[in-house]
Design a protein around this ligand. Structure first.
Ligand SMILES: [Zn+2]
Length: 263
């Protein structure tokens, strides 16, 4: 008799990939958020409720990023086991974008996912332990690669469309001068925009880091005001997006974008 596959649902792609890296084959891992959608403004459908009801484990960020999942889980008949990763680490100023620091992933998120998988799949401690160590080593190498490249950046200050890069900036000693959307989907008023432009000009910002989830139109307006280019960054990636289809590939892609903006 073939065993039922163990099903894990993660709200965002980077988390789904962390689960896959640790769990390997034998896990059926799905991402709830479709590629290109913003987790801050997501409206789930009844289809998602059914998918979640089949999961053995649900992995979420928490901290306000994917609270829509709470509503989904409340509708479903079965409540699956759940891991909220922001409960496993120190959240700074309520900012949920913790996965964009590879060492927070290695030191906090990977052990939390390993333990949750071990609890969900009896007799699997050795397998998930090995997966976690192997992936942890890969994240350590990724961190060294980013740190080495950042040393060559000529500038440290950046402006982004979306306030996603504060953990990344803290890890690699970069400085966010400001963001276009302080809260997601909220366009800045004239005075706030003027302050941001003045700060960007004073810091000599030459590129605006824009992500696929925020308004292209506002990014172009701000970039024109700053006399800056628009460089794309992506906090989410996704399966089937070339160069952004694993956590490590996504972070390398973002490293290249930061280099393009700051080197
Ligand atoms: Zn975000």
């Amino acid at each position: 008799v073939q065993a039922e596959p163990v099903r894990v649902a993660a709200t965002i792609f980077p988390l789904a990939d962390v689960v896959r890296q640790i769990g390997g084959a034998g896990l059926e891992v799905t991402t709830v958020l479709p590629p290109g959608a913003s987790p801050h403004a997501f409206e789930p459908s009844p289809l998602h409720v059914r998918e979640l009801a089949r999961a053995n484990l649900v992995v979420t960020i928490g901290g306000g990023l994917d609270d829509w999942l709470d509503r989904l889980l409340a509708i479903g008949e079965r409540v699956p086991a759940r891991l909220v990763v922001t409960r496993a680490l120190p959240v700074v100023n309520g900012d949920p974008h913790v996965w964009l620091d590879p060492l927070l992933v290695r030191d906090r998120i990977v052990p939390a996912v390993r333990d949750a998988l071990t609890a969900a799949v009896p007799g699997s401690a050795a397998r998930f332990g090995e997966g976690a160590s192997r992936f942890g080593a890969e994240l350590g190498a990724l961190n060294e690669e980013i740190a080495a490249r950042v040393l060559h950046f000529r500038r440290r200050e950046f402006i982004a469309t979306h306030a996603a890069w504060r953990y990344f900036a803290r890890r690699y000693v970069l400085r966010e001068i400001g963001v276009l959307e302080e809260s997601p989907g909220k366009e800045p008023a004239g005075a706030a925009l003027a302050t941001l432009v003045a700060a960007g000009r004073a810091a000599g910002v030459r590129a605006l880091l824009a992500d696929p989830q925020t308004s292209r139109r506002f990014a172009l307006v701000l970039a024109a005001e700053l006399g800056a280019r628009v460089v794309m960054v992506d906090p989410l990636g996704g399966a089937g997006i070339p160069g952004r289809d694993s956590y490590v590939a996504l972070m390398r892609w973002n490293l290249s974008a930061f280099a393009e903006a700051l080197e």
